[in-house]
Design a protein around this ligand. Structure first.
Ligand SMILES: Cc1cc2nc3c(=O)[nH]c(=O)nc-3n(C[C@H](O)[C@H](O)[C@H](O)COP(=O)(O)OP(=O)(O)OC[C@H]3O[C@@H](n4cnc5c(N)ncnc54)[C@H](O)[C@@H]3O)c2cc1C
Length: 399
């Protein structure tokens, strides 16, 4: 960690962060913790106006039987998030455990074999046969599953707000402000509104505005969106569950008289209206989780919902780090470590369906990169998420 702020203003440690979702709030907090001044610019009228505004999000890691890079990355992120949540009392976080129920008999065998082979500590993950899983869920279930006793669910907007409120007054939020253009001149980036007015200037910018980022870039990132609709039902319509239950979808325990379940996945569809057919799909996911509960389609009348877009990359990993300058380099020598970057321009994008879990650690990594500190991420993971990797692939493919 850099030394704590001394009260003197260091103009070089001033960043504009575009977007106040999980990406923007996490990087703003990590920079402010190092004494940076941060101006967060958000088009919506509050933090978490986009994907991060869902009423509930699940906190659980990914497990893979070969413990591949994505699983190792996810495990590091999960451990880091759990530590961070312990120090954020204003985040509405419910560490009630998560039971990931097997989809079918073959999946149940795979789940059990993976836990046996990987030998993780039981407090991280256990495989529970059906009868034990039913005891935890207090519900009849179709199969056993992975039990993450330290997992749970949280309200992502409260995480964003709690992060942005830390280190007051170093983080300043500008809501209802849409950045339409960026320009670089005299070692400063200036963010402009649609009417051409300059909003603010700083030597560093972090692009944390999800799929909308490409409107601001000449050379775009390969991002796609996946529409997701969640459904919300009065809690008295279902039996009371205590942990989060997941299968192909998820169901959160009751909170303020409501339960949340979902979510749909629709590729390349940016429409944000709630649809009846996606409520129907979510009800089907709910039936798979609670096979012995009568869940009538008539319940649709009682449902409310919210739609948001997940931002995904071709390799399903996030984009984190310095934005490359599109300079053609000799193919024989070009690598991630010698790509030329645009001065002071960084990205924290592509958080996919994992933003709650991934964002805190990748923000810590990016804050280390921006502050020239040693990152906690191993080199192979930092390379795998590097913001230059897609440009490097383009160079190699097209010369
Ligand atoms: C249905 C659904 C369920 C999910 N469930 C989970 C879950 O259970 N667990 C989990 O870990 N993750 C989950 N996710 C994923 C998680 O919500 C996202 O990964 C995360 O919210 C992405 O955060 P972000 O900050 O990158 O994007 P966003 O939250 O979308 O934030 C981007 C912000 O940038 C602002 N913006 C855009 N352009 C501009 C501009 N030009 N100027 C100013 N502001 C701008 C937008 O208004 C927005 O507020 C889910 C996502 C969806 C859609």
């Amino acid at each position: 960690m850099s030394p704590a702020p001394t009260g003197e203003i260091d103009n070089a440690k001033h960043a504009i962060v575009i977007g106040a979702g999980l990406a923007g709030a996490n990087i703003a907090e990590r920079l402010a913790a190092r004494g940076w001044r941060v101006d967060v610019i958000e088009a919506g009228n509050t933090a978490a106006s986009g994907a991060s505004g869902n009423p509930a999000g699940i906190v659980l890691p990914q497990i893979a039987k070969d413990d591949a890079l994505t699983a190792r990355f996810s495990r590091l992120c999960y451990a880091y998030l759990l530590q961070r949540l312990a120090g954020l009392p204003h985040c509405d976080w419910h560490p009630c455990g998560v039971l990931q129920i097997a989809r079918d008999d073959a999946h149940e065998i795979q789940q059990s074999a993976a836990v046996k082979a990987l030998q993780f500590p039981a407090e991280f993950v256990e495989f529970l046969p059906r009868l034990r899983a039913q005891e935890i869920a207090a519900q009849p279930l179709s199969h056993g599953g992975w039990w993450f006793s330290q997992g749970g669910w949280l309200i992502p907007s409260t995480l964003c707000t709690a992060l942005l409120a830390q280190h007051d007054p170093q983080i300043k939020c500008h809501f209802n402000t849409h950045v339409s253009r960026l320009s670089y001149d005299n070692n400063l980036w200036t963010a402009y509104a649609a009417d051409g007015q300059a909003i603010i200037a700083a030597p560093h910018v972090v692009l944390a505005n999800a799929y909308a980022v490409n409107e601001l870039l000449e050379h775009t990132f390969p991002l796609k969106t996946i529409r997701g609709q969640i459904s919300v039902l009065p809690a008295d319509a279902l039996p009371k569950i205590n942990p989060v239950l997941c299968r192909t979808g998820y169901l959160t325990p009751p909170h303020n008289g409501l339960v949340t379940f979902g979510a749909s996945f629709v590729n390349d569809d940016a429409d944000l209206t709630v649809r009846i057919n996606e409520h129907t799909e979510n009800l089907q996911r709910l039936r798979e989780i609670l096979p012995q509960t009568e869940i009538a389609n008539a319940s649709i009348a009682k449902l409310s919902g919210r739609v948001a877009l997940r931002t995904v990359t071709p390799d399903r990993l996030p984009i984190v780090g310095a934005v490359p300058a599109t300079i053609v380099m000799p193919l024989r020598t070009v690598s991630l470590s010698n790509l030329v970057h645009l001065p002071g321009l960084y990205a924290l994008l592509g958080l996919s369906a994992r933003g709650i879990v991934w964002a805190p650690l990748v923000a810590e990594h990016l804050a280390c990169v921006m502050s020239q500190e040693q990152s906690p991420l191993p080199q192979n993971i930092s390379d795998a998420i590097d913001a230059g990797r897609f440009y490097l692939r383009e160079l190699r493919q097209h010369g």
